[in-house]
Each structure stands twice: as C-alpha cells, then as structure tokens.
Design a protein around this ligand. Structure first.
Ligand SMILES: Nc1ncnc2c1ncn2[C@@H]1O[C@H](COP(=O)(O)OP(=O)(O)OP(=O)(O)O)[C@@H](O)[C@H]1O
Length: 337
C-alpha cells in the first residue's frame, strides 16, 4: 500500500517559490490501478516523482508498505526503487542498446548474472508480445513497440508498483488501447499496483478503479472512478468528466425550429447506444442523434444526447414515453428553446 501523507513540494526559484504540491493525502491500495489526473501544471509529474523519491518532498511523507521513503539512505533507496519502477511518455530507452540489452539493464545494475538476466528478458519479451524483437534496436520500433519494451524493462526487477507517467500520451488511440490493455493484464496477472498519471479522462475511464483529481497542486476529489464520474463535485472534476458541462449542446444548424427535439440525460444506469437501437427494435421508431456528450463507464452511461423524434406526433409521444420508462434516464423537451 502506498500512503501519501501531508505531502507538499515547493520549488525555490529566483523569482519566488512555486508550491507545486500542497498537503496531498492519498492511499493507493495494493493491486489497484490508481489514476492521478489533472490539467497541465497541476503537479502530476512532481507527485509521481515524489512517490519514488526522485524528488524529495518539502514536507510530509510517502509510506510504501510501512516504510517512509524519506527515511531511507541512498543504498536502501536504490534497492527500494527496484520495487517501484516507472514508464514515461518518451519511453526513455537506451538507443545504442538492443531491446534485449535494454531489458537486461536494470538486472545488470542489480547484479543479476548475464545468462539469467537474458533468460528473464526473453520471458518478458513474451509477456509484452514482442518475442521477435530481442536483437532489434529502439530506432527500429514503433512508439507502441518502444513502450512495450519499456514495460518489459520496468518489469525486469519484479516490481510491486508500476508508475506510468503519461505513458500513452505520445501514442495514437489504437496503440493507446493496446498498451492500456497490456498494463491491465500485467496488473491482473502479476498483481502489480499501477499508478497512472494522465491528463486524459479516457485513460482513467479505460483502466483505473480509483482516481484522484489534482488541480493547482491540491487533490480536489478522490474516490472510485464510478463515484467521481457519476457525481463530479468540483469545477476541476466537472471540467475533466464532462468538458461540455455534461449537456449535449444544441447545434442550431443541425435541426429546423419545428423539429421535435428532446434532451435525454443518462445518470449511470443505462447505456446510450442500446437505447436508440432498442427503441427501433422494440417499437419500430427511428430517432436521429443530433449531438451527444456521453461517457460509458463499465457499461453505464453519463451525460446527455439531443434526439430528433419522428414528425408523427403519436410516434414521438410513444418514443418519449418509452425512453422515460427506462431507469436512470430523464427526457426533456427542447423544441422551441
Ligand atoms: N524542477 C522544477 N523547478 C521549478 N518548478 C517546477 C519544477 N518541476 C515542476 N515545477 C512546477 O511545478 C508545477 C507542477 O509541475 P508538474 O510538472 O508536476 O505538473 P504536471 O501536472 O505534470 O504538468 P504537465 O502535464 O504539463 O507535465 C508547475 O508550476 C511547474 O512549473
């Protein structure tokens, strides 16, 4: 378990002090995938660097499995860092070394014999799905493949914690999905606690079970992803969860003034797509989606959609009644707004 207690970090600059983190208190349970999310400059990287003591907190403590990290001497800290490894946005691979040698590197530092290190490195290449890249160099790999090698290297010392600092921010959506799936698998199969630092809600949505929202160096909300998504309280959380205010905007160009339009709001107990599909399948009524600002989270939907109902008054009534009868959905008329 990682306990962050009253942690503050101040950078003293020529022109004054920067309070990057202020009185952070978090508990990251063993085996969880814990997201720390915030806008640029919120303090995410500083926090993750404080967790493995690459940065020394100005005040407060990081306690990992009962040990306060700041009490360790340099040798103990080096030892401990093998248990808390990290991957980065820019992969940080050694370009002049082959993939196999990159993965062997932390084992070399830990004094593991060469043959043993290479055997383990080959196993890890299998784990990350790149058994054929042992002799390739990082320059010959795609971004996603580089991150896989970085993950293999991070796993080489059998860590308990994997810190991911914007690990998918340089990758396209498909590659991001593949890397997040790999991280999730590793968390499940190896029981490694994962801390995910990101500015993207979609990343939190996809893999995290817990999330802390950082804003201006302060944790403004913390809880299960489900809780935070269903009921964001602070402006920072609302900005991240529903950038458009959680309400599909009416796009005046997309419908005529006499169209019959409703705003359907989802409050977590149903999913957006099946609603429109089931209305068609069960009632034979077709509606058009004019705009949508919804998020699916573990099969539940939050946010709203604007739907154009059929011109036929009876069908429109039936459609509205059908949707109102679904749990977790409210339907309001917006025609004539
Ligand atoms: N070494 C440093 N010296 C001085 N100020 C720093 C240092 N590192 C970070 N800061 C400041 O601390 C604040 C938080 O920075 P940090 O990099 O932790 O934010 P972040 O949330 O990771 O942002 P980004 O997503 O843009 O990387 C910023 O105001 C930044 O300028």
């Amino acid at each position: 378990m990682i306990e962050i207690k009253h942690l503050s970090k101040t950078f003293q600059m020529k022109d004054g002090a920067v309070n990057a983190l202020k009185d952070i208190n978090l508990t990251i349970p063993d085996g969880s995938i814990y997201g720390i999310i915030g806008m640029s400059g919120a303090g995410k990287s500083t926090l993750v660097r404080c967790i493995n003591l690459l940065e020394r907190p100005t005040e407060g403590s990081v306690v990992i499995d009962g040990t306060a990290m700041e009490t360790l001497n340099a040798a103990q800290l080096r030892e401990r860092r093998r248990e808390i490894t990290m991957i980065f946005q820019q992969f940080n691979l050694l370009m002049q070394r082959s993939c196999l040698k990159n993965i062997c590197f932390p084992m070399e530092l830990a004094g593991v014999k060469k043959a043993e290190a290479e055997k383990r490195a080959r196993e890890l290449l299998e784990v990350v799905g790149l058994p054929d890249k042992a002799n390739a160099y990082p320059a010959q790999l795609s971004g996603g493949q580089k991150q896989r090698i970085a993950i293999a290297r991070a796993l080489a010392t059998d860590p308990k914690v994997l810190l991911c600092d914007e690990a998918t921010s340089a990758l396209d959506p498909n590659t991001t999905h593949a890397i997040l799936t790999l991280i999730k698998d590793i968390n499940k199969k190896l029981g490694i606690t994962v801390v995910v630092i990101t500015h993207q809600m979609s990343v939190v949505e996809e893999i995290c079970d817990h999330v802390a929202i950082l804003d201006g160096g302060v944790v403004v909300e913390e809880g299960s992803v489900q809780e935070i998504f269903s009921n964001p309280k602070t402006p920072a959380a609302k900005r991240l969860v529903a950038p458009n205010g959680g309400s599909a905007a009416r796009d005046l160009s997309s419908f005529a003034p006499d169209d019959h339009v409703v705003r359907v709001t989802f409050n977590g107990s149903s999913t957006a797509k099946p609603l429109v599909a089931s209305l068609a399948a069960e009632k034979g009524i077709l509606v058009s989606v004019l705009s949508a600002d919804t998020r699916d989270l573990s099969g539940q939907c939050y946010g709203s959609m604007l739907l154009k109902l059929p011109a036929d008054v009876e069908q429109a009534k039936q459609a509205a009644a059908y949707m109102r009868a679904q749990p977790g959905i409210t339907v309001e008329e917006v025609t004539g707004e």
